[in-house]
Design a protein around this ligand. Structure first.
Ligand code: AMP
Length: 177
């Protein structure tokens, strides 16, 4: 099985979570398979070959899982992007729209070095609003979005249309049509 087939074999569809009408992609079974986790991290490194990555920024909380593994494999700094109110030092913030209302993510002001090439990582691309906000944060701090990566992409929501202006390199290991 290739990496996409291996991921799809273990990701679980959970109907109506966290609310009616949503089919939630549960990635937690992947975490029970250390060999698969390692193969996933290696697959990212392979797909990033030729793209300069100086730092990896990932979004709380499921983005941290493989974001940290990728940073470790690339031997570059890891940058946690968190929901408002969790980071203890001075932050920069970015708001974005949810289906109902608004959310804010933030990063330490000194957490990203200006001029660096960032990989932004999250577990899943749905409408793209979350990672678009993360891309704006990276750019606010004077860094560049060199690539964006996901485990899972829900193609039918066209989230990548929001991201392509930030980076042409959008990598998903498992696509659902
Ligand atoms: P979006 O901003 O619409 O691209 O949503 C992406 C964020 O919401 C990611 O951090 C995902 O973890 C979460 N998310 C959205 N839809 C799903 C889904 N169907 N299954 C699992 N997580 C989801």
């Amino acid at each position: 099985m290739n990496i996409e087939q291996q991921i799809k074999a273990v990701v679980r569809d959970v109907q109506d979570f966290p609310k009616a009408g949503i089919v939630f992609k549960d990635i937690t079974p992947i975490l029970r398979d250390p060999k698969l986790c390692d193969a996933i991290a290696d697959a990212y490194v392979q797909r990033l070959n030729g793209i300069k990555i100086d730092e990896v920024a990932a979004i709380e909380s499921r983005g941290f899982l493989f974001g940290m593994m990728i940073a470790h494999k690339l031997a570059v700094p890891f940058v946690p992007i968190r929901k408002k109110g969790k980071l203890p030092c001075k932050t920069v913030q970015q708001s974005y729209n949810l289906e109902y209302g608004e959310a804010i993510i933030e990063v330490h002001e000194d957490g990203i070095e200006a001029g660096k090439n960032l990989l932004i990582h999250d577990d899943l691309l749905a409408t793209g609003g979350t990672v678009e906000a993360a891309a704006k944060l990276v750019e606010k701090l004077g860094a560049k979005v060199a690539a964006i990566s996901f485990l899972v992409e829900l193609d039918f929501l066209n989230g990548r249309d929001k991201l392509i202006s930030h980076s042409p390199h959008i990598i998903s290991l498992a696509n659902y049509q």
